[in-house]
Write a protein that binds this ligand. Structure first.
Ligand code: MV4
Length: 677
């Protein structure tokens, strides 16, 4: 076995590979770009070498440089992870030439599977089933039309050089054939510089089922069963599971044996995945082979109890496969959800930024040897921590959430629960979308095919719900609690008005009206009586209100209803996490919105005695609602006076360093577009 390897990757897969190395006593060398100097994978490995600029082509794709670094650090092998150089034939060759083991298949196998049409021809020879169709060289339009008629409509015209769904057109009947052919040829030459097409029987509701295979250098090859990756969005996998719902023992064996035949046909060694497209009736056809460890490999680990990275290392070191086909078994059911920094409400646009707050469900980190699922049946593979950033340079995946259950229903329940405990502040994520997906009727009943998300738009993208009393009451609890704690700190200060009256009773009354905004809407909550035994009135509902804190968790009692959740507070922004939902509430602090009670513009006054510590505007400044204008310091706390509306600052009455009395006018403000000419 190796005693040191270099991991030519980043993020969760680099950490995941390093975790197994650590367990096996293999030292690890990380590589990192300028953007990743503080990344988790760098901290996770024993050593790290800087390899260049943030763009992948300047760092993670610099094959020669990475090989040089492996040699310089004394690594004996390179693990490429997935993406980047993992399926690069020249890189695999260059490793061998440099005397390094490439932890992946031989370059010849990468080559054989690299050309989709050549791969299909090889598979045909190896008796691996292919979609009924025409894959020939002769591109005579009349011949193609005859082939389409023979295959039977609907047919799919595919650009031979295509992939990832580009250059495909469904033809429903002979009438539409000519026009569709011309359009696919146009798109194919424009996108791939090659207008060759193939004709296939079109599968109307296909499933994506792939088989994990493993081969060693001693002639052994096994399959580690299937994964169902049918739930995709624009050819990106969203949820993966193993085993595939509805799979029979006979079909599993047939698919497994076909996948092994495919691997053997190209002299495969190491971890590989043979992708099939399957009909609802179970018939299946070869699509392509991925010559790497895949993102979704953890679901296979969860149901087999095997560490696939350990298998990769052993095979690359020349050992035989750890188990024979007969020794492999499926136990239970596993699901994986890919948690992405993206915005489902904006066409899933990647969302970059800092993970300012990150709370995850109880879980094991990465694979644990001999203990596939951990006590809670939840595993998280993540390459980022709280405080890390998701940059625009790389894939915006935050983590993979993997759950195991004795059966699919148990796994589903655990996934829903785990997603509900996955709390992120700082960027948009797909967590709520995933939550709706796993709870959807279609997914729950395993009515799977590649069109599941498209077909279930209505349930998966529901109109925004109004904010419930549960979320509001949790925010109120957090607000009251913060106020009490603030007063405790200030109690040492005898002059502090906070020791006499809380912010709650600035008016000397026991009824407080709290204003929040959520998105564009304004919300009003009335809290009556004392802080711990009160009545909360919201949206025509009135309920007794009491709360208790239990570490991070807040429990709120609303009469006979009890709810709980977590609230992450940043200034006056309350991130409420309850019942699997993340609600962002902005509290309209009367202290920092002092001017608003003055109505439309007019005076902006000091809410308490204090000192001016910053003035951000000058007479004539045009500002939008909420723009900070001036900062006061009072009671050792800063208070920002913000613009009550869009408008123009007409006068600034105090400068930095000046003391002001309570109620003193600080600024004069004119609402509207009245800027001087
Ligand atoms: C198909 C098909 C239906 N019938 N071939 C899309 C990407 C490419 N690699 C193969 N793809 C498909 N080929 C026939 N004859 C439907 C798809 C397809 C798909 C396949 C797997 C996973 C997701 C998909 C999403 C849309 C279409």
């Amino acid at each position: 076995m190796f005693n040191k390897i270099l991991i030519a990757n980043r993020g969760e897969i680099a950490c995941r590979v390093a975790a197994t190395c650590r367990r096996l006593g293999i030292r690890t060398v990380a590589v990192y770009s300028d953007a990743d100097a503080d990344a988790r994978h760098v901290a996770f490995c024993d050593e790290a070498v800087h390899i260049g600029g943030p763009a992948a082509r300047d760092s993670y794709l610099r094959a020669d440089h990475i090989i040089e670094m492996a040699r310089a650090t004394g690594a004996q092998a390179i693990h490429p992870g997935y993406g980047f150089l993992s399926e690069n034939e020249a890189f695999a060759e260059a490793c061998a030439a440099a005397g390094l083991a490439f932890i992946g298949p031989p370059a010849s196998a990468i080559h054989a599977m690299g050309s989709k049409s050549a791969a299909k021809q090889l598979m045909e020879k190896a008796a691996v089933p292919l979609v009924p169709g025409y894959h020939g060289e002769d591109q005579d339009p009349a011949l193609l039309r005859r082939e389409a008629d023979r295959i039977g409509y609907p047919v799919l015209l595919k650009a031979s050089a295509g992939g990832g769904g580009k250059g495909m057109r469904v033809v429903e009947s002979g009438d539409g054939f000519e026009a569709a052919l011309a359009s696919v040829k146009r798109e194919a030459s424009a996108s791939f510089g090659d207008d060759k097409v193939l004709v296939e029987k079109y599968l109307t509701r296909p499933r994506h089922i792939e088989i994990q295979v493993f081969a060693d250098t001693h002639g052994n090859c096994v399959y580690l069963f299937e994964r169902d990756c049918s739930v995709q969005r624009r050819h990106q996998k969203v949820l993966e599971e193993a085993p595939a719902p509805g799979m029979t023992e006979d079909r599993r064996r047939a698919m497994g044996e076909a996948a092994v035949a495919a691997a053997k046909a190209v002299g495969y060694v190491g971890a590989g995945t043979v992708e099939f497209i399957a009909n609802q009736d179970g018939s299946f056809y070869f699509m392509e082979m991925n010559t790497r460890l895949q993102v979704e490999h953890p679901v296979t680990e969860m149901i087999t109890g095997q560490d696939l990275v350990e298998w990769q290392l052993r095979v690359a070191a020349g050992e035989a496969l750890p188990l024979t086909q007969d020794q492999l078994q499926i136990s239970g059911h596993a699901l994986e959800a890919r948690i992405y920094a993206e915005n489902p409400d904006k066409q899933f646009l990647p969302s970059t930024g800092t993970l300012r707050f990150l709370r995850t469900p109880p879980a094991v980190q990465f694979m644990r040897g001999g203990d596939a699922h951990g006590p809670a049946g939840v595993r998280i593979d993540a390459g980022v921590r709280e405080g890390d950033t998701i940059s625009p340079f790389y894939d915006p995946m935050i983590a993979k959430l993997i759950v195991w259950g004795r059966d699919r229903d148990e796994a589903l329940a655990r996934m829903a629960q785990a997603l509900a405990s996955y709390h992120v502040v700082g960027l948009s994520t797909n967590v709520a979308f995933l939550q709706r997906l796993v709870k959807s009727e279609a997914f729950r009943t395993a009515d799977l095919d590649t069109g599941l998300i498209e077909r279930n738009q209505a349930v998966l993208f529901p109109p925004q719900k109004s904010v419930g009393i549960e979320s509001i009451s949790l925010a109120v609890a957090a607000l009251v609690e913060r106020d009490i704690r603030t007063r405790h700190i200030d109690a040492a200060d005898r002059n502090s008005p906070w020791t006499h009256a809380g912010a709650w009773r600035l008016n000397g009354r026991d009824t407080r009206t709290l204003h929040f905004t959520c998105g564009g809407s304004k919300l009003e909550v009335v809290l009556k009586d004392d802080t711990r035994r009160s009545t909360l009135i919201y949206a025509d509902q009135a309920a007794p209100f009491a709360y208790t804190f239990n570490a991070d968790d807040i429990r709120v009692d609303l009469g006979t209803r009890r709810t709980h959740g977590q609230v992450h507070v940043e200034g006056d922004t309350f991130h409420v996490f309850t019942a699997g939902r993340h609600t962002v509430l902005e509290w309209q602090d009367p202290l920092s919105h002092a001017g608003e009670s003055e109505g439309e513009g007019g005076k902006l006054t000091a809410p308490m005695p204090g000192k001016v510590i910053a003035v951000m505007v000058e007479p004539g400044s045009t500002v939008t609602r909420g723009t900070p204008l001036l900062v006061m310091e009072a009671m050792k706390m800063e208070h920002t006076i913000s613009a009550p509306a869009d408008g123009v600052v007409s006068e600034v009455l105090y400068g930095v360093g000046e003391q002001v009395a309570e109620g003193a006018q600080l600024l004069a403000f004119a609402v509207g577009d009245t800027a001087p000419a």
